[in-house]
Design a protein around this ligand. Structure first.
Ligand code: CA
Length: 228
């Protein structure tokens, strides 16, 4: 999905130029012309990244950043004037992810944007916790809990549960589970999936009295949540 970028810049020409270039790269953009509107929009949580000018009417960019950081860790790239060293330092101190000095080459801005989005993407993945109905699975910690109680899984059971949780509400066929969990070159029987689902059920469903992993007859398995 296209990343959503907020441009907070009061100089209409610059804002429009950035917007066109970003749209050309496939990003979705919105603009704000003053600090107060920019802060409100940035706090909405709808954006993957904010480009923030410093010299803005109503609230300056540093003040926007200071307030925004109380509630949000959205990546922010500060746009500063070439000689405004203090703005760069303050911006980074206040939690900006990066800065670009004006006037800038659009390629540089695009590179900074890609970098900030990539960093945020990997930070998110590292924190990732999957969940369904009382069950949580933390990928980096390799930890599964039900209502706070640890569940001890083998690495293959963990991988199978992870795939099912990543595809919550999507029915996965045995073949597709085999491919995702055991790999293309698996030479065993497809009923190994059924065997491992049984293992998971004996460690989760039976112990906690739930029906987490559902069989869809003739198709495969699914973990459902929310729309039963
Ligand atoms: Ca300005």
């Amino acid at each position: 999905m296209a990343s959503n970028i907020l441009i907070v810049e009061d100089e209409a020409k610059i804002a429009r130029f950035i917007e066109l270039e970003l749209a050309h790269e496939g990003y979705r953009c919105e603009k704000a012309e003053d600090g107060r509107t920019g802060l409100e929009l940035a706090e909405s949580g709808r954006f993957d990244l904010v480009l923030l000018d410093i010299m803005l009417p109503q609230l300056n960019g540093l003040e926007v950043l200071r307030r925004l950081r109380k509630t949000s860790d959205v990546p922010v790239i500060v746009l500063t004037a070439r000689d405004a060293v203090m703005d760069k330092v303050s911006g980074l101190d206040m939690g900006a992810d990066d800065y670009v000095t004006k006037p800038f080459a659009i390629e540089e801005l695009l590179a900074r944007i890609r970098l900030a989005l990539r960093r945020r993407g990997s930070a998110k993945a590292a924190e990732e916790v999957l969940s369904a109905g009382g069950l949580t699975l933390s990928v980096p910690r390799h930890e599964v809990k039900f209502g706070g109680t640890d569940i001890d899984l083998t690495s293959r059971e963990f991988a199978l549960l992870q795939v099912l949780l990543e595809n919550k509400n999507v029915v996965l066929s045995r073949d597709s589970l085999l491919e995702k969990v055991w790999g293309f070159d698996f030479l065993g029987e497809t009923n190994v999936v059924d065997v491992y689902v049984r293992y998971l059920r004996s460690k989760i469903d039976s112990v906690f009295g739930v029906n987490l992993i559902q069989t869809v007859r003739g198709v495969g398995y699914v973990i459902r949540e929310g729309n039963e």
